[in-house]
Design a protein around this ligand. Structure first.
Ligand code: MN
Length: 430
C-alpha cells in the first residue's frame, strides 16, 4: 500500500496533544521457538507501530516523537525512527537489508538527552523505560479512535483480500463432502490463496466438521467428514498485514430440515445485523438485536420456549450464542476494537465476549458473525439446565448435542449510506 505515513504520524501528534512528554512506539521483538533451535516464530510488528511506519520487520524498532523537537524543526517534524542494524549474519542467514533510519544503538543517547520527561508508550513495550500510565492509556484510546476510520488504501487491500478469499472458498467447494478430512479442506483452501499470491492467512484457518463446528477455534484435524455433517470454515487471506474475516457453514451432502432451519435462523439474523451497520448505530444494540433474532429463530424451531425479548433479558441466548456479534477488522483480525472515547466498560456478563462498545461511523470495517451452536460443555451444565429449565426443549437439545453449529461471518464496510458487504461473493451454499 502506498500510504503517506508522515500524515498518519502528524495526525497522531495532533491527537495526542503532547507538550513535554516523549512518545515511544515499539515494534516488538521476535521470538525463538521454544525448543533447541535457531529458528524464530514469524515476526509480526505491532500494528500500532506498523500503522505509523509501514515497516513489517524492523525487529525491536522504535519510533520516537519529541514535541519540543517538532517546534525546533529537528528530526522529521519531531519524529525519529530507530531501526535494527543489519549484521552480516542477518544478511547471510535471513537475507535482510538495512532499513532507513538511525540505528537502534543510538536510541539510548537520544533518550538520555531527554531524561526526566514523562513517557507515553504505544505499540510493543520498549524495555527498561518507565511510562506515565494514565497519559499512555489516554493516548492509546485516542490513537485507536484515529485508526478506526479506514483510508481508501486500507479498504482497497481488504477488497483484494476478499477476492483471493472468494477464490479459496470456491476452490474448496468440491471437497465439502463425506470422505475428505478437515485437513484436506484446509489444504485445498489455502493452496488456492497461495497460488494467487497470498503469503499468509489472516489468522489460523478454522475447519470444524460435525461436533467440531461448535468449537470456536477448532483447528483442522485429520477427522474425516461424514455425510450430512456441518462443515464450518472460518478463514481469510492477508495482504500487507490487512485481513478480512469470513466464516461459512456448509453441509456435506443434503441438510436435514432441522439443519436448514438452524442455518436460516443464523442467515436471517446475519442479514438483519448487516443492514443495521449504519452510521450512528450503537454496536451493543446491533449485538442485542441479533441475539433477539437468533432466539426468535430457536423459538420458531421449538428449541426454546417463551417470549424472545424476555429470553434475551434473562441471558438465555448465551446457551446457543455465547459470543459477540463481531469486532473491528482490517489491520489484523482484531483491529481497533474497544471503547468509544469517554465510555467505560459495560460489565454485564452477557457482554463479556463483545469486543467493543462503539458508535459506527463511515469508514469503519467490522465483522458480523452470528452463530447458533450446540455446545455440550454449556448445554450439559446442570446449573444452566436448572436455571433455564422452562426456557429450553431439553429433550430436543439432547438429540442434537453432537450436531455442532452454524456461524456466518462477513466483513462489512460502514458507509455514509447503506453498508457494503466486502465478502459477499464468498459462496453461501445450503
Ligand atoms: Mn471474527
Amino acid at each position: 500500500m502506498h500510504s503517506d505515513y508522515s500524515v498518519r504520524r502528524a495526525r497522531l501528534a495532533l491527537t495526542a496533544s503532547l507538550t513535554d512528554e516523549i512518545l515511544l512506539v515499539g515494534s516488538g521483538y521476535s521470538q525463538f521457538k521454544p525448543e533447541i533451535s535457531d529458528q524464530q516464530l514469524r515476526y509480526i510488528a505491532h500494528q500500532e507501530y506498523y500503522y505509523l511506519t509501514g515497516l513489517p520487520d524492523a525487529i525491536g524498532g522504535i519510533l520516537a516523537f519529541d514535541p519540543k523537537d517538532q517546534s525546533a524543526g529537528r528530526g522529521e517534524n519531531g519524529w525519529f525512527s530507530f531501526v535494527p542494524e543489519v549484521t552480516e549474519a542477518d544478511q547471510v542467514w535471513e537475507g535482510r537489508t538495512q532499513l532507513p533510519g538511525a540505528f537502534l544503538g543510538e536510541f539510548e543517547a537520544w533518550f538520555a538527552a531527554r531524561q526526566g520527561r514523562r513517557v507515553v508508550m504505544l505499540g510493543a513495550p520498549v524495555p527498561g523505560v518507565a511510562i506515565d500510565e494514565a497519559r499512555t492509556a489516554a493516548t492509546r484510546s485516542a490513537y485507536l479512535h484515529v485508526r478506526r476510520r479506514k483510508e481508501p488504501g486500507e479498504i482497497d487491500l481488504m477488497r483484494r483480500c476478499a477476492s483471493k478469499t472468494v477464490a479459496g472458498y470456491t476452490a474448496v467447494l468440491p471437497f465439502l463432502k463425506a470422505g475428505f478430512t478437515e485437513r484436506r479442506i484446509q489444504i485445498e483452501l489455502e493452496a488456492e490463496y497461495f497460488r494467487r499470491g497470498i503469503a499468509h492467512t489472516g489468522y489460523d484457518t478454522i475447519v470444524g466438521s460435525g461436533p467440531n463446528s461448535a468449537v470456536f477455534h477448532s483447528l483442522p484435524s485429520l477427522r474425516t467428514v461424514k455425510g450430512g455433517e456441518f462443515i464450518l470454515i472460518d478463514s481469510g487471506a492477508e495482504l500487507e498485514r490487512y485481513v478480512i474475516d469470513v466464516t461459512r457453514t456448509y453441509v456435506a451432502g443434503k441438510p436435514t430440515a432441522f439443519q436448514r432451519d438452524l442455518y436460516q435462523a443464523v442467515q436471517h439474523a446475519q442479514e438483519r445485523a448487516v443492514d443495521r451497520c449504519l452510521p450512528g448505530a450503537e454496536w451493543k444494540e446491533i449485538h442485542f438485536s441479533a441475539a433477539l433474532d437468533l432466539v426468535a429463530g430457536l423459538v420458531a424451531m421449538g428449541v426454546m420456549y417463551g417470549d424472545p425479548e424476555s429470553l434475551v433479558e434473562q441471558d438465555a441466548h448465551l446457551l446457543f450464542f455465547p459470543h459477540g456479534i463481531g469486532h473491528m477488522v482490517g489491520l489484523g483480525v482484531r483491529d481497533a476494537s474497544g471503547l468509544e472515547p469517554g465510555r467505560s466498560l459495560d460489565t454485564r456478563p452477557s457482554l463479556a465476549n463483545l469486543r467493543m462498545d462503539l458508535i459506527l461511523r463511515p469508514g469503519y470495517t467490522v465483522t458480523i458473525e452470528p452463530g447458533l451452536y450446540f455446545i455440550p460443555a454449556l448445554l450439559n451444565d446442570p446449573v444452566r439446565r436448572e436455571k433455564f429449565h422452562d426456557c429450553v426443549n431439553w429433550s430436543l437439545v439432547e438429540k442434537y448435542l453432537n450436531l455442532g453449529g452454524v456461524r456466518l461471518e462477513d466483513s462489512i464496510l460502514v458507509t455514509t449510506s447503506q453498508p457494503e458487504n466486502l465478502t459477499r461473493a464468498i459462496p453461501k451454499v445450503m
